[in-house]
Each structure stands twice: as C-alpha cells, then as structure tokens.
Design a protein around this ligand. Structure first.
Ligand code: SIN
Length: 181
C-alpha cells in the first residue's frame, strides 16, 4: 500500500500493541477512534507472542456496523512504515481508513488489520479458551499474557471500555490465581 508514500506525514491508528509499545519514531500521539470495527483476540501470533507450533493470540479488527474502536493515533513519516511492516508481518496489512482524533478532527489514516484470509488467523473462541491459550503462550517478544495485560492497562488509561478485552483479562487473572492456589 503506497498511497501515502508522497505525504510528509500520515496518521497511523494503533489498537493493540501499537498503543503501548511505541518503539518507533512519531511526531504526535493522540487518543483516537475508528468507526465500524471492533477489537478481537482472533489473530494467531507465530513470531511475537507464540511460535509456529504453539501460536499465541493477539488482536485484530473485525468489521461491525455501529462499533467504535478506541485506540491511539500517531502522526508518523512514511519512512516509519518499513519497520512497522516488519513488526506486523505475521498477517497484518495496511488499510487506509477514516479516523477521528480526540480533538474532533476527522482525518484519513492507516491501520494494520489481519483479515480472516491470512494464514495465521485463528478466529473466534470462548473467552475461557482464549485466556487459556494466552496463559500458555510465549514467543520472542515475551509471554502472551503481557500483551493482554499491557493492552488492558493501556485501554483503562485511555478511559476506553472494551468488554471483549476486559472479559479475557478477568479469565486470565482467575486462571493465574487458580494455578498459584
Ligand atoms: C495494532 O496494535 O494496531 C496492530 C496489532 C498489534 O500489533 O498488536
């Protein structure tokens, strides 16, 4: 996707690890919202939070009319897409999208989405099954549970309600408690 390559800067919408793991250069960071999409732990992770034999689960966006996904928008230069494409290479593609910044501005931007036709896609499962898989998975970027817990903390910091993420977090914490008991 080369649509923004000749722009000086581009808005990137982050809704998963891009909210809390900002290991890339940006000019501005603001809370933002994306309409028509909802966050789901439906993408497999072979390269960050799991392995090809035992994939972890990370978030992608699924189309849902009337949904609003809360996240963070970064104003970046197009040069930053090369390292981000590498970081998001396990199934995510760049999609151009309209997004709304916290000051009310509607802007055009880019979001990384892993659609159902990518090889690592796992799709729906119960919150208990997702929590169990997350509790058991580790990858080169660390334990899968850290991805979930950091994301849930970051969403709380944004004041965002996300029943799917918070329900899986509750399941995971209960599972950890039971394991320690
Ligand atoms: C994102 O955070 O926007 C994409 C998914 C991820 O890297 O967790």
């Amino acid at each position: 996707m080369t649509r923004f390559d000749d722009h000086d800067t581009v808005w990137l919408f982050g809704y998963g690890s891009l909210i809390y793991k900002t290991d890339f250069a940006f000019l501005e960071r603001r809370p933002a919202r994306l309409r028509g999409w909802t966050r789901r732990f439906w993408q497999g992770s072979h390269d960050h939070r799991g392995t090809p034999d035992a994939p972890g689960r990370v978030v992608t966006l699924v189309p849902r009319e009337s949904a609003i996904c809360a996240g963070v928008a970064y104003r970046i230069t197009p040069a930053i897409f090369a390292p981000l494409d590498h970081r998001e290479k396990n199934g995510y593609l760049r999609l151009a999208t309209a997004l709304t910044l916290d000051d009310g501005r509607d802007v055009e931007g880019v979001v990384y989405i892993a659609t159902a036709d990518n090889a690592a896609f796992l799709g729906p499962a119960s919150k208990q099954a997702i929590a169990r898989q997350i509790a058991a998975s580790h990858g080169p970027s660390g334990p899968n549970r850290d991805y979930l817990l950091h994301l849930a903390d970051a969403l709380r910091e944004l004041g965002a309600d996300d029943p799917h993420v918070f329900a899986i977090e509750r399941e995971l914490l209960a599972l950890v408690q039971r394991t320690l008991a």
